[in-house]
Design a protein around this ligand. Structure first.
Ligand code: IVH
Length: 698
């Protein structure tokens, strides 16, 4: 991040201000990413605050230059809203690492020497899997969870109590047996199955895809909105403790049993070992079972069992003398690249995959290795014919580590990613992310509407509640119809009855269908042949266009005819840019969506069966709510969120997802969390659902 001396804001020209705001938006977003997602800030809080202040100062002088992706327009990242820091009553330490059996034999010999033990005295160890997640410390007072903190730098972590409360594995109240206060320490992690499912969900929502379960556990725990954490399937294993008023036992093993009896999950593989050989056997057996555990571990931990001995052994710098981590080697193997193929995912992302000569890595035959995106292929310069090292490390997913350059055959070529979709032949481009201003990592097929690889996902979105809302056309049915050739593109939905109402391939003849269910589906489809413009636009799956933007477009263009003719004209980008709330990047993305011929054809087909209404002006344009920004939080008891939102918008209000100083009103139901806190911090007016109802009824 550039560090040139700063010109005083009063002396900046408009152009300089514009350039600097762009740079600041990017730098701040990048720091937020490092801080929130990678858990690894690169600058101090003070430096970060200075960036934010500079951004605010420039915006104050040049309000017309405020970018839609400016950090001041987002709430998630204000310094005040970062997590509160917590000083650990006892530091959270790390472990020394060992890699070989000899290291472990040495460790035990060291411990025995330190304690002056004779050869016939027994030294019992407890051996546990080393869970690859993130450690946290949970403080209980009188059996109640009162504080949960991340490890942070070991001395100071972050207060994530509200988030940890959403983890099902973590007892919120311990009924009996727990001393007056007790800090339980352990690992927050995510299982392989939950990780895969979360990434599928993220992909469907065009959200960040996590690289591995550890990152996704870290990203999920460190959410400012505990509502998001609650939707993430986090788990917990207890393996240690911090400050306690009293210990329930004299050995580590027995304390673990007490933790178990209080309701904490303790890893079931944990064993007591009486000799080094037993400990090493444990290591072998765990390594053997590693692939089947269903969660990531990166080694085993041995701990001296007797707590009086632990006390005598004490610590060296930041790790205990009484414990050691025995790490697993990353399993690697050598193979050669036979070809590089490109696959198209459900959301149109092109993923290059190296097909290698089948090779066994850690007990599993690997023949495809994903290279994630073209930047990675370029960085590693993987070519067909290359000898490569592949590994299965913490992740179960095999990775391509490197190319053995000395063994590269003559006459190879750098790999070039296709700029066409290998499935449908449409253009494949790298969009600019409107939030960061950087190209997206993934190249995507732009033919979102009729590319077969994306079709099921797009059809699902098309028929979903907020778009065409066709009851009975869920993902499963759509996938089956697609598979059997009944549906290819959205327009086919409206021809289903005509084509498959009777005769060959009739829907009512299908497994799980009958005359009644088929009729019901056709009726549901028929009832949606007329649709409002905003829903229609949303249904198209235009990149970056969610509900809010769809409505914005509908409100501004008013009719589909006007919208389409602008998109086909030479001034589409200018028209879009003129809309408050749509920036350059989004304008370009929308325009290129309509530039694709396949897309235009799919829309033409659709309009043969669907009538799109003009956007209805809000009925209460002059209401007290007109132009106001409203945020809903907590549980609404008298109407659904969607309904509340629709009502607010019908009265001319803007509904936002997060609270900022620009928010005019927060409607808070029971269980409201961080948004309510933010509202109080910003001095935003907060009302109850009942107040809200009487406000909109007037
Ligand atoms: S004991 C003072 N036991 O490994 C010792 N740590 O390198 C406290 N970890 O930060 C740690 N599984 O995040 C312990 N069974 C286990 C563990 C474990 C994973 C992690 C933990 C710690 C890191 C130390």
């Amino acid at each position: 991040m550039s560090k040139s001396p700063e010109k005083p804001v009063e002396l900046l020209t408009g152009d300089e201000a514009k350039a600097e705001l762009a740079r600041l938006a990017h730098d701040i977003a990048e720091n937020d990413r490092l801080y929130y997602q990678e858990d690894a800030p690169h600058i101090s809080d003070a430096e970060y605050d200075a960036l934010r202040r500079r951004n605010d100062d420039i915006e104050k002088r040049f309000p017309e230059l405020i970018r839609h992706d400016s950090p001041s327009q987002r709430v998630g990242a204000k310094p005040a809203e970062r997590f509160e820091k917590v000083r650990h009553a006892r530091p959270m330490l790390s472990l020394d690492n060992a890699f070989t059996s000899e290291d472990i034999v040495d460790f035990v010999a060291r411990v025995r020497r330190f304690l002056g033990m004779t050869a016939d005295e027994q030294l019992v160890l407890v051996a546990e899997p080393k869970i690859d997640g993130l450690s946290s410390s949970l403080r209980y007072e009188h059996g109640r969870l009162v504080l949960a903190a991340t490890r942070g730098d070991g001395a100071e972590g972050e207060n994530v109590t509200a988030n940890v409360r959403t983890i099902a594995d973590v007892p919120k109240i311990v009924r009996s047996g727990m001393p007056e206060f007790f800090e339980v320490r352990g690992e927050v992690y995510m299982s392989h199955a939950d990780f895969a499912e979360l990434n599928r969900r993220q992909e469907r929502a065009s959200e960040k895809i996590f690289a591995n379960p550890r990152n996704s556990a870290a990203g999920s725990l460190r959410q400012l909105d505990p509502g998001i954490t609650a939707k993430r399937p986090l788990r917990f294993f207890a393996y240690h403790w911090g400050e306690v008023s009293k210990l329930p036992a004299a050995t580590h093993w027995e304390v673990l049993q007490a933790l178990k009896s209080w309701g904490f999950p303790v890893n079931p593989l944990t064993r007591r070992c009486r000799t080094v050989d037993e400990a090493l056997e444990f290591y072998e057996s765990v390594q053997h079972r590693r692939a089947d555990l269903g969660y990531d571990i990166d080694g085993v931990v041995y701990k001296v069992d007797r707590l009086d001995l632990q006390n005598r052994l004490g610590f060296v710098s930041r790790s205990p003398r009484w414990a050691i981590a025995h790490k697993f080697p990353a399993e690697q193997a050598e193979s050669s690249v036979e070809r590089i193929a490109v696959y198209v995912g459900r959301t149109g992302a092109l993923t290059p995959v190296a097909h290698i000569k089948p090779v066994t890595v850690g007990g599993v035959v690997v023949q495809n290795v994903s290279m994630h995106n073209e930047d990675e292929v370029a960085r590693k310069d993987v070519r067909v014919g290359d000898t490569v090292i592949v590994q299965r490390a913490g992740d179960v997913i095999p990775q391509l580590v490197s190319v053995v350059l000395e063994r590269r055959p003559k006459g190879t070529h750098r790999y070039k990613m296709p700029d066409r979709c290998p499935i449908c032949g449409s253009h494949a481009t790298r969009e600019i992310n409107p939030k960061t201003g950087e190209p997206e990592a993934a190249r995507r097929c732009v033919n979102t509407l009729s590319c077969p690889a994306q079709a099921v996902e797009r059809l699902r979105h098309f028929a979903s509640r907020d778009a065409f809302d066709i009851e009975g056309l869920g993902e499963k049915t759509l996938a089956e119809f697609f598979e059997d050739g009944l549906l290819r593109e959205p327009a086919d939905i409206f021809r289903l009855e005509e084509r498959y109402g009777h005769g060959a391939k009739a829907i009512m003849e299908r497994d799980g269908w009958g005359e009644q269910s088929a009729r019901k589906l056709f009726r549901a489809i028929d009832s949606r042949r007329k649709i409002s413009l905003d829903r229609f636009i949303l249904a198209l799956s235009i990149p970056h266009v969610g509900e809010t933007t769809a409505r914005l477009l509908a409100r501004n263009f008013h009719s589909l005819k006007a919208f389409l003719s602008s998109m086909e004209s030479g001034h589409a980008v200018e028209d879009l840019d003129d809309i408050e709330g749509i920036g350059d990047v989004m304008a370009a993305a929308i325009k290129s969506f309509f530039d694709e011929q396949h897309t235009r054809e799919a829309i033409t087909h659709l309009l043969e069966s669907v009538e799109v209404g003009d956007f209805a002006a809000p009925a209460h344009a002059n209401s007290a709510l007109a132009g106001k920004t409203v945020v809903f939080t907590g549980t609404l008891e008298r109407m659904t969120r969607n309904e509340a939102k629709a009502r607010a918008e019908a009265m001319g209000a803007k509904v936002a997802g997060s609270v900022s100083k620009k928010t005019d009103l927060v409607v808070a139901g029971p269980g409201a969390g961080s948004k309510l806190k933010n509202a109080e911090a910003f001095g935003v007016k907060v009302i109850s659902e009942d107040d809200w109802l009487s406000l909109i009824d007037t």
